[in-house]
Design a protein around this ligand. Sequence first.
Ligand code: PGA
Length: 243
Amino acid sequence: MRIIKTKDYQEMSKAAAAILVAQVILKPDSVLGLATGSTPIGTYNQMVEKYEKGEVDFSGISTVNLDEYKGLDKENEQSYYYFMNQHLFDRINVDKDRTHLPNGMALDRQKECEDFERIIQDLGGVDIQVLGIGHNGHIGFNEPASAFEKGTHCVALAKETIEANKRFFDSADDVPKEAYTMGIGTIMKGRKILLIVTGEEKADILAKALWGEITPKVPASILQLHPDVIVVADEAALSKMPK
Ligand code: PGA
């Protein structure tokens, strides 16, 4: 595991974007695994900036996203599809046909999970997977549980997650109660993992995930077993790092 400690959120975003852009420059047909949430917004802005400056060409990449709310369609402003278009895809020269998220409106959940796994497989796997971490240690929507879930699956969101995400909705009642997510196994198959973390309120869970017991109760702790993880986090997020 490599840890890049940055001064603040802006520096974290720059460092994370530099890693992703380098990946694309070195391998123009990279498969990027992407994430939503507040944390990656700055990273995506930096990627857009580098694209606008002509430093990188995204026309050859494919993308897969970690997760999507069940029951929200692509046009819904709270859907992760919409988020990705708004923050990244509409602002760079990615081929939209090669951007993939689980379909929140799928009628057959089992089939949707299998289809999504197949898409990743057919792309040849993920070259670099961006992850944030939830306050409860979730990655994607893999919530604390009694066992690590392997493949893409449909989950009931934890109460803390609904609480944390209600800021994007009119009220907690409007937050979908279920979501599709890559499984822990799917995430761990990514050849490289880029975990981005900001802020003091993530310091405790980040320390538990990186240096605590490996347990499905802290889903991100599994990353300790991945051979190629880069953590880009600001000082505040790393403030509980063991001395
Ligand atoms: P956040 O979410 O970036 O909005 O804090 C992270 C996550 O839940 O994975």
